[in-house]
Design a protein around this ligand. Structure first.
Ligand code: PMP
Length: 404
């Protein structure tokens, strides 16, 4: 059992009001709130340590470098990577996915080669491949799903051809909450000699991830969705793959030596980290990892599973509700529509009751097309949410429904 009251006290924003009502924050799949421990670490670093990292000989620079590199080790441990060489800091999941799409295509894909993605991808795992399609003539093949929101693995197997060069799938859908069987997806891809990139934006906040056990070749996630700062994310890659990929961007920090005749790139992971990194955000991310590790990922998972089950049960009471995503492996996200009430109307009126949910296509328009809808209302949970908040949501939805 989590001590929710103590946890909520760590998040000052949760006790504020909106429109004179207690805030019920259920937009965690978009971004989570930050505990004091993270915010204070960031402030403290700016007040007391701030200096650019890596090449400075002076005291502050070395201290900032230590914090930055300690954060890399924390991330390594958090996802159980073999080595810190495999942990690349980026601006977020989107940048991590773009990095792989761009560098992988540059090195390993020719016109006519294929990438496999799924129908439930976030735009950030579709558009980077489309950019490569426009540039290089690669093509994109799509794993379909069932009406319950589960990927069809038999159809997936049929998508492989001799031109398949990489598979890129989301670990958890940000709309349906489906936890995809990535281990199985990876095993099948590896049987075809094809590497797999996993979008972990919606898994890392909710359950323990072990990249070695999963055996993914690349794994991307964002700090801000797991109680860390915005603007910082991670790309994990197996060293063997990262060694073979060309740099994504050029500049300072990513080189060993530069002359107009020849430039030698830095070793991993720095080869992929051009420019001054957000070393304060990496420290903030490390504090977020400390925070959730102290609570225990298993405890967080148990609590959120209970919340999700409770939400499915309570929301099913609402007359005329359609819930999208009914896989038994569902995580912390409930998307729905009620009757013919527009998602935007529902979201706007819930907001007036102090309930923050997200409405729209959730950056997954191909999934909306598959579902035959324009958008949904989405409630998404974090470790600090309570069953009482789900009751408030349920009553809110009923109240709004009565207005139409
Ligand atoms: N993938 C998924 C599944 C997501 O939910 C999100 C964020 N909504 C992203 C990628 C993109 O993450 P970011 O905006 O932090 O780069």
């Amino acid at each position: 059992m989590l001590d929710i009251n103590t946890i909520r006290n760590d998040f000052p924003i949760l006790s504020r009001t909106v429109y004179d009502r207690s805030l019920v924050y259920l937009d965690n799949a978009a971004t989570t709130q930050k505990p004091r421990q993270v915010v204070e670490a960031i402030t403290d670093e700016y007040y007391n340590v701030n200096a650019n990292v890596h090449r400075g000989v002076h005291y502050l620079s070395q201290q900032a470098t230590d914090l930055h590199e300690e954060a890399r080790e924390k991330v390594r441990k958090f996802i159980n990577a073999k080595s810190t060489s495999e942990i690349i800091f980026t601006r977020g999941t989107t940048e991590s996915l773009n990095l792989v799409a761009s560098s992988f295509c540059d090195e390993f894909m020719q016109e006519g080669d294929e990438v496999i993605v799924s129908v439930m991808e976030h735009h950030s795992n579709i558009v980077p491949w489309q950019l490569q399609a426009a540039k290089k003539g690669i093509s994109i093949r799509v794993i379909p799903m069932t009406d319950e929101g589960e990927l069809m693995l038999d159809e997936y197997e049929k998508l492989f051809t001799e031109r398949t060069k990489i598979v890129s799938v989301t670990h958890v859908s940000n709309v349906l909450g489906t936890v995809n069987p990535v281990e199985e997806i990876i095993r099948i891809a590896h049987e075809h000699g094809v590497p797999v990139l996993v979008d972990g934006a919606q898994s890392t906040p909710h359950f323990a991830v072990d990249v070695q056990a999963m055996d993914c070749d690349f794994f991307a996630f964002s700090g801000h969705k797991m109680y860390g700062p915005t603007g910082i994310g991670v790309l994990y890659g197996k060293e063997d793959w990262l060694d073979r990929l060309p740099p994504y961007q050029g500049g300072g920090e990513m080189i060993e030596s530069v002359s107009f005749e020849k430039t030698v790139f830095e070793r991993l992971p720095f080869k992929f980290e051009a420019g001054t990194p957000d070393y304060v955000a990496t420290h903030g991310l490390a504090k977020a990892i400390d925070y959730i590790s102290a609570i225990g990922m298993d405890n967080i998972q148990r609590h959120e599973e209970e919340l999700t089950k409770y939400a499915m049960q309570r929301l099913s009471e609402v007359e005329g509700i359609r819930i999208f995503g009914r896989s038994p492996r569902k995580d912390a996200v409930v998307s729905f529509l009620v009757g013919d009430i527009h998602h935007l109307d529902m979201g706007t009126l819930l907001d007036r009751l102090g309930i923050a949910v997200r409405t729209g296509h959730h950056c997954a328009q191909p999934l909306m097309i598959r579902l035959g809808i324009q958008g949904t209302v989405r409630a998404s949970f974090a470790l600090y949410n309570t069953k009482e908040e789900i009751d408030v949501l349920t009553e809110g939805i009923k109240r709004v429904s009565r207005m139409f």
